[in-house]
Design a protein around this ligand. Sequence first.
Ligand SMILES: Nc1ncnc2c1ncn2[C@@H]1O[C@H](COP(=O)(O)OP(=O)(O)OP(=O)(O)O)[C@@H](O)[C@H]1O
Ligand SMILES: [Mg+2]
Length: 604
Amino acid sequence: MTKDKQPSALSQIIAYAGSSKPLLYLGCVLSGINALISLAPLFCVWFVLRDLIKVFPNFEQASDAYIWALLAVVFSIASLLVYFIALLLTHKSAFRIAANIRTKLLEHISQIPLGYFIGHSSGEMRRTIDSSAASTEDLIAHKLPDFVASLISPIVFIVLAFVFNWLLGLLCLIPILVSVAAMWWMMGRKSAQGGEYFMQRYQQALMDMSAGATEYIRGIPVVKMFQQTTYSFKAFYKTVMDYRDMAYQYTEYCKKPQVFQLVAINSAFAVLVPAGIILAQSAENFSIFLIDFLFYVILSAFITTIMTKVMYATETVMIAQDAVNRINGILAAPIIKDVSLRESEVPENYDISISNLSFSYPGSSNQVLNNVSMKIPASSIVALVGESGGGKTTLASLIPRFWDADSGDIKIGGVSVKEIALKDLMGLVAFVFQNDHLLKMSIEDNLRLARPSASREDILAALKAAQCQDIIDKFDGGINTVIGAEGVYLSGGERQRISLARAILKDAPIVLLDEATAFADPENEALIQKAMSKLCAGKTVLMIAHRLSTVVNVDNIYVLDKGKIAESGSHNELLAHDGIYKNMWSEYQKGISWKIESEGSDVA
Ligand SMILES: Nc1ncnc2c1ncn2[C@@H]1O[C@H](COP(=O)(O)OP(=O)(O)OP(=O)(O)O)[C@@H](O)[C@H]1O
Ligand SMILES: [Mg+2]
């Protein structure tokens, strides 16, 4: 089986550098050069020592030693300078990459269908944009140049090791070889379960635990209500235990290689010193041997630093992979094509015609709407009824293009909704959701979302029309009361009325009304009825109704059953034949009489 080869995570990130790519490459090359230069002073020190020993004890004759010492200083300064320039270049490129990633994500998000945001919290998306862009900043500015340097250093190190005394050099290399082997052992080996790399399973266990904790905390109210604390806690507890087991297994597994590695890189001297003593006895020129030996002792001291750097460099790849996964996750969301405001067509009237509409939610194989056709004549009220999960909310949400249908079309005044710019389309439609979307801001600001230019009088008038006077009077802050602030609690019916006020303020020619399943009390219900009739007066209305009393007088009723239109007609027409609606109606009547009876018995 062939698999499409994806570019590596790092090259996907670098692709965002655009015209700053050469800067990034140059920065990395300079960082590599710096790795070379930074070892040069060590070399110079060897020559200084050699020249000093040669002329011992007449040090004034060691003129070359001064030159080598000076060169050591020059190399040290050059190394700093080159590193500084390298970081300057990589930072420039890193900021460009982060900015390009943010722009690309925001551009994409602005084209994502609105419905997508119902299933994905905007806070989570903001965090993804911020944190993935920020982690690429650090990755490109620091980790990548260090990564290049950490690849170059061991090579230089190996070459240097053989320059003066190959036998001592070889001994110096032993710790490096052991350390590399141990790292390969720790990182590269697959675990027995499913052949996944240990590191992958470890990361997965960490993510599961964090998701488990979020779910547990989110569900606390429901869990307590149903007294399911132990059960729910068990699910979270399991992720914690899985993580513990995984971490323990991994630690257990790493125990041996880690010991080998740490001992190897820290015991370079332990190998070198006895070997030096043995080799010294057979040395032809003892003083030269002594300088060589000193050189290798100093070189060994570098091993720890270099190998630790190499070890952490592998982290770079993981950070890049994580950032790319999150970025691509957002970019994978579908986009909706919008026409420009200039090309946007203006409907002649506001009648809505839906023809042969079929739809499944992105990523789901379940067909929610199947060849649905219906008409909502301008300035009429059409109701949509049907069993829960039948697709009513979905159908209404396709009109303002929360999603685009898979096939079929929706026309407003003869113009396909796809030919109307989204901004214009939003202006044409006011919707009141089943689950109201009130934000944690003042009542006034919540309303103002519908029409930012509205005056205070407009807002008060809309609240009055939506029967919200009692809500405003209840709080000292009046319309400045912040919804959701401490001590401010609105009932379901009250929230629904505020949502209706917002839709009234918008004063759009088309109204989509998704009635809440239940209202708190009869008083609220009567107020909501009044608010709804104010909102619907003179508009083209699609009303999704759960309590059939609301639809008795509407112009036309469509019954949606399992994604298909099963029946349509006026209330009386539908009652005249034995179908779903008639059934629903008698069930509804039974419900009402049961309610009256039980209330009657309460009184008695
Ligand atoms: N965002 C979504 N992603 C995937 N599937 C969804 C989404 N929203 C709804 N569905 C599915 O689409 C189907 C129809 O849902 P919809 O909300 O349109 O029903 P409804 O008729 O409005 O029900 P109710 O009367 O309970 O409000 C359901 O099976 C539901 O699971
Ligand atoms: Mg619904």
